[in-house]
Structures are given as C-alpha cells and as structure tokens.
Design a protein around this ligand. Structure first.
Ligand code: ADP
Ligand code: ZN
Length: 431
C-alpha cells in the first residue's frame, strides 16, 4: 500500500524534526549559489533553531529566477549537472532549473511514490500522454513509472487516434494526461466508435498541470471508467511529484520530507494559518543543484493537517483555485476561471470545452463565455437553445455575481491545444 511506509506515515513531530534538519542542510547548500550566498550573508542567517524562523527569510520569486538566469541559483559545480528543464512559460519568459544525479533520482522516487499511492503497480501499462522535452510533465512521469516498474509507453501528447490505438493494442491501464486533453479525447473515442469502458482496460489516470474542477474529474472518471487523481508540481521544485491525491481523493498530500509548505497572503506576504486560503510558498528540502527558499508559486490553495484515512501524515492541499495572476476582475468583482468551469460542468447539455473572453464595451467589462454543446444531450429546437442559453446565464450569474454573455457553439469548434489549455482571452488590454 505504501511505497515508503516509514516516510509516508511518519509522526508529525518526527516529520518536523526531519524538516528542520533538511532546511539547515538546504541553507548550507544554497549558500554555494551566487544569489543565496550574497543574500544569506547580507542577512547574517546561520543555522535555524526552529522551522518558524524560516519566516524571517525573504521570498524567492519567478522574477528573481529570471534575473538570476542562467547560473545565479546554481549551488553546485555546473560539471555535476546532468539535466535541465524549463517551465512551460504559461506566464512569460521561461525559467530554467538544473538537476544533478541525486536530484533526478530523488524526483523519480517521489513520482513513483505518488503513483504507487493510487494503486499503480509493476505490470501496469502506463501511457504518458504529456509533452516530452523541456516541460517536466513528460520525463518526470516517465522515470517515475519506470522506477515503479510499469511498462512505460512514451506516447507524448496529441494524435488522438494513435493514442487510442496504443491503448487498445498495449492494454494501457494507467495514463497521465492533461484534464483538458482527457476531455478532448472523448470526441476521438466517439469518432472511432469506441466505448472506453467496453473496449479499453484503463484503471487509473493522473490528471494535473493545469487548474481543473472536481466536476471535470468526475466527467473523466465516468467516461473512461477509471479513477482520476490530481497531480501537482512545478518545474522550480522538480516538476510533478510535489503533491498528489491519495485514494481518498480529498486533497493532495504534499511530500513534506522533500518540501516545506507555507500559505501566505498574496498581497501582504503574511504567513496564514492552516485552513486559510492563500498562496502556496515552497522551500525545497532535498534538492542539490538548485535549492530554492520560500519560493512563491502564485498558486492559490489551502492546507489541511486533519488526519487522512489513508494513514499518510503529510499535509494535504486543496485543488488549486487558480494562480494569483489568473484572477479576473470584472467590473470590480473578482473571479477565477475554475469557478466558471464548476458551474458549466454541472449542466448536462454542455459539452467538453469552453473559453472565456473579457472585452471592454462602453467603458464596462464584459464577460463572454463560449461553450460547446453536447450533441447527444441536446437535440432541441432553436427555441430550446435560447432557453438553455438563459438557464446557463442565470446559473452563472447566481454563482459569480457577474452577468455573462453565453454563446453556445458546436461540439469540437473551440480550439484545443496539445499543451496546457488556454481558457481565458482577456482582450481588454489590447483595446
Ligand atoms: P508554467 O508556470 O510555465 O506553467 P510549469 O510547467 O512549471 O510551468 O507549471 C507549473 C504550474 O502549473 C503550477 O505552478 C500550477 O500553476 C500549474 N499546475 C500544476 N499542477 C496543477 C494542478 N494539479 N492543478 C492546477 N494547477 C496545476
Ligand atoms: Zn491520504
């Protein structure tokens, strides 16, 4: 049941002791980098006597990483690096991260631990439908799956009919896929006349790398007849393997032997108590090549230290609400794209894709939501279509306190990307 029982079920106090030891190891290593060497010397920081002293250190941000490009954060000799990755650049210039042999090995073990936790076992056939290359989602899972002992199919993203063919031919039982792509692939199943529950052997999906609602997860589970587990990571920490859902599917365990997690108020930077929603800040505890102290992820979530029925003691985080920079402000009302998704996915006539546009009209912000119809669930007349449109609009208004314009479009007509879904087009700045 456990990949590493001693670590996964460690008592809270033993885990804190381990973290303190590892934070001090990390500080010692970080001092070897140009950036932290200067910073820690300037602040006069030596060893920490308790984890709470970490709060006195400044945050590290994505901008710091960019300014320190290419080597200011490197804490080892470049000769000892064996890999580099970069963030997918969803929000600007990419940042580069380095790994030594130890880091690559540790990362694979963390990913293997995540997958094992959900019930993936040697003998499973694992199809990795994530991008290989600089993006960490491909290789990160690849090495984790091999370490676990699964037969690993490095399918990469896209080419839907080929994905389905692989699944059938190889008897794929476990997949790693973007939630938006898992939704899109349903269309390809329909085109191939395939019912995944009847024709495929899928048991488990790992879905992550982009925000998604529990409603999307449930749709994926129901369509493919599998259990889908939320997977969270970011390249700055290693990639996937930072936090993962256990069989309870009630939050993702953050592996606290490898990361120290805090939640802060994104505006003031003040550390918040467990249970409060805010920005996740992570400190690496095991990285050699590029240790990071108090890295601001910009991801909004909350932590729970309630005991988990799975027996693991590591803190859990909620599914990501969005990035602090994803928040839309519509005529003064704040909202996140996932809130819109949650409402949409509860309406049976709605299909698999949607996108959000924001425009300025007569000095007012206008929210336009384009939604694909589900061709099977809706076969009504034009009148009924208008009625449906009004219903969707009412539901969104009740939930969001913003009145959107809803445009219903044909299934398959909205753009799909092979990488992370781009859902929001904010056209206000362009005007
Ligand atoms: P980029 O920041 O360019 O997208 P990464 O590939 O490092 O680069 O992506 C990490 C980010 O992806 C996270 O900070 C988070 O915003 C998002 N992400 C990763 N996993 C999840 C998940 N399970 N749910 C929601 N968002 C996620
Ligand atoms: Zn659990």
């Amino acid at each position: 049941m456990y990949w590493d029982k001693d670590i996964e079920t460690m008592t809270a106090s033993a885990l804190r002791d381990l973290q303190l030891r590892k934070v001090n190891d990390t500080l010692a290593r970080a001092r070897n980098s140009k950036y932290y060497g200067q910073l820690l010397a300037k602040l006069g920081v030596g060893q920490l006597a308790s984890l709470s002293e970490l709060e006195q250190l400044p945050f590290t941000t994505k901008d710091d990483l960019r300014a320190g490009f290419p080597y200011d954060f490197l804490a080892i000799d470049r000769q000892d690096c064996v890999r580099l990755h970069s963030s997918s650049g969803t929000t600007g210039i990419p940042t580069v991260v380095y790994y030594d042999r130890f880091d690559v090995e540790m990362w694979a073990s963390l990913v293997a631990r995540c997958m094992y936790m959900t019930g993936a076992r040697p003998g499973d056939v694992f199809q990795n439908m994530m991008g290989y290359g600089l993006f960490t989602g491909g290789l990160g899972f690849h090495y984790g799956a091999e370490k676990l002992g699964m037969l690993t199919v490095p399918a990469g993203p896209g080419n839907s009919q080929r994905q389905l063919w692989f699944m059938r031919q190889f008897g794929t039982s476990v997949v790693h896929v973007l939630p938006s792509y898992a939704m899109h692939l349903q269309t390809a199943c329909a085109e191939a006349g395939m019912d995944p529950k009847r024709d495929l052997s899928l048991r488990i999906a790992f879905i992550g790398a982009e925000p998604h609602s529990v409603e999307i997860r449930q749709k994926i589970e129901a369509f493919y007849g599998l259990k889908a587990y939320n997977s969270y990571g970011l390249s700055e920490m290693c990639g996937p393997g930072v936090a993962f859902e256990c069989p309870q599917q009630e939050g993702m365990h953050i592996w606290e032997d490898a990361f120290y997690a805090e939640i802060v108020d994104p505006r003031t930077g003040r550390v918040l108590d467990d249970g409060a929603e805010g920005e996740l800040v992570l400190t690496t505890l095991a990285k050699h090549a590029m240790p990071l102290l108090r890295y601001r992820t910009r991801d909004l979530t909350r932590l729970s230290r309630e005991a988990c029925a799975c027996g693991r003691t590591h803190v859990r985080m909620d599914r990501i609400m969005g990035r602090s920079d994803d928040m839309l402000i519509i005529n003064g009302v704040n909202l996140f794209p996932v809130q819109i998704e949650k409402v949409l996915m509860k309406i049976p006539e709605i299909g698999r894709n949607y996108l959000i546009e924001v425009v300025k009209q007569d000095y007012m912000d206008k929210l336009i939501i384009k939604v694909e119809l589900d061709g099977n669930a809706f076969q009504g007349t034009l009148d009924q279509l208008e009625h449906l449109q009004r219903r969707i609009c009412d539901k969104l208004r009740t939930e969001l306190v913003v009145t959107p314009t809803v445009k219903l479009v044909e299934a398959g007509s909205l753009p799909v990307s092979e990488g992370k879904a781009k859902r929001v087009y904010d056209l206000r700045k362009a005007e």
